[in-house]
Design a protein around this ligand. Structure first.
Ligand code: ZN
Length: 434
């Protein structure tokens, strides 16, 4: 018994991010032409970064050059913390013309969990190549396929971003599969944890954490379906999550759903496509983060072109109207003092590598009027705080994981530079630009 206790005391906590042994074990000195400081939102010139054993050891005009350290010259580039995407679904990709019910059921019964997980592994690599070194993956991964993929990435079997995963999201009956007939609703239970009352909701939190979840995903409303979780159910979920030390992310697309979740104490609201100023004020007061999951005009055109199946392309007026409503909501949230974080929710097959498609989310914030520095802060330090990884992710300073991305150009003058990724390091291992 004593041996067991000792083993438990020495073991890393479950689901921790401890298992990040770098494959590149030599110390490295990185010379950065420009460096983005996410804490101040400013760009500095001519810095050096010393990396050892997967961590950043020092940052300055000049750092120690230990004997045998590898010199990585990025003096022509802008170096930023590895980007974070706080809302992904690596095990789910939907044909644009399909629709969530049919595509969701297909993923469960035709694709199946083993193949979904392997497909997720292939998508994971594209995130790393896009400079996204961490994702918070929020469900639609069957019964814990996300946990398997996270573990395979952590043990080095698969190249991908560091994953913070939720397991299946907690939803009312039917999940996000509208139109299920009585007698067939159980299929939703293979993709979601179905909540019937507050006591059960708390137990489902315990189950998810037991099976490897590091964050709890809930559906305050389960659009495109018609159900919702009650305030009592969300409060029970938040209380159970706090006991386990995990945060709660709430899908909420209309004002009532956002209000219910924010009032019950969740940590982040996902989407909030329709939200009142008074509800945004409540979010700011309660420290509830917004993950807007907006799309930019290039993505919108691609989406509409594919979904039109060769029909007429979208008119500039259609695009303008859509972009204006997104922009209005995002800037009202900024004005209300709500913390904005970056999350793509890009689960559509746009015929692009999934990681680059997800990164276009940042162009939506930029086009809406956030500065380049604010957008990059959303995708680095703000996301890191939301993930509970402040000081370890989203910053380039001593003690943080050596997650670095170098891009060709100056994102302040030309935001498109963030697509010209020349170098990616995650936990001291170089994946792009070796
Ligand atoms: Zn989502």
């Amino acid at each position: 018994m004593r041996a067991l206790l000792l083993a438990a005391a020495l073991a890393a906590p479950t689901g921790s991010l401890a298992a990040q042994t770098p494959r590149d074990t030599t110390a490295a000195v990185i010379r950065a032409g420009r460096l983005f400081d996410s804490e101040t939102g400013t760009f500095g010139a001519g810095r050096e970064i010393l990396v050892r054993a997967g961590r950043i050891v020092a940052v300055g005009d000049k750092v120690d050059h230990p004997a045998g350290a590898r010199l990585i010259d990025l003096s022509r580039y802008t170096v930023m913390p590895g980007l974070i995407d706080a809302h992904t679904h690596l095990l789910y990709l939907e044909g644009v013309t399909g629709g969530l019910t049919m595509e969701g059921v297909k993923a469960l019964v035709n694709e199946g969990l083993p193949l979904r997980t392997l497909h997720g592994a292939a998508r994971a690599r594209t995130f790393l190549e896009a400079g996204i070194t961490t994702v918070r993956d929020l469900g639609n991964s069957g019964r814990f396929g996300d946990v398997a993929l996270r573990d395979a990435i952590e043990d080095g079997s698969v190249d991908g971003p560091r994953m913070i995963v939720s397991g299946p999201g907690l939803s009312s009956v039917g999940g996000q599969f509208p139109g299920l007939k009585p007698g067939y609703e159980a299929i939703a239970g293979d993709e979601y944890q179905i909540v019937h009352n507050a006591a059960e909701a708390a137990d489902l939190v315990r189950q998810n954490v037991t099976f490897g979840a590091q964050v709890i995903k809930i559906y305050s409303n389960n659009t495109p379906n018609v159900g919702f979780l009650s305030s009592d159910e969300i409060r029970a979920i938040v209380a159970a999550a706090r006991i386990h030390g995990v945060k709660v992310a709430a899908h909420a697309t209309d004002d009532a759903a956002v209000y219910r979740a924010a009032d019950a104490g969740v940590n982040s609201i996902e989407h909030a496509y329709r939200v009142a100023d008074s509800t945004l004020a409540l979010m700011a007061r309660n420290g509830v983060t917004l993950v807007p999951t907006d799309i930019d005009s290039v993505t919108l055109v691609q989406y509409m072109t594919i979904s039109n199946r060769g029909g007429p392309p979208p008119t500039p007026d259609q695009i303008q109207r859509f972009m204006a409503s997104q922009r209005d909501r995002l800037m009202r949230a900024v004005k209300a003092g709500v913390t904005i974080t970056a999350g793509s929710d890009n689960y559509l097959d746009l015929h692009w590598p999934q990681g680059s498609a997800a990164r276009r989310n940042l162009f939506a914030y930029r086009a809406a009027g956030m500065t380049a520095a604010q957008v990059l802060q959303a995708a680095t330090i703000n996301d890191a705080r939301l993930l509970g990884m402040e000081g370890r992710l989203g910053v380039i300073k001593a003690g943080a994981w050596a997650d670095l991305v170098a891009v060709d150009g100056d994102p302040e003058r030309d935001f498109g530079a963030i697509e010209r990724v020349r170098f990616v390091m995650k936990a001291g291992t170089v994946y792009v630009g070796r």
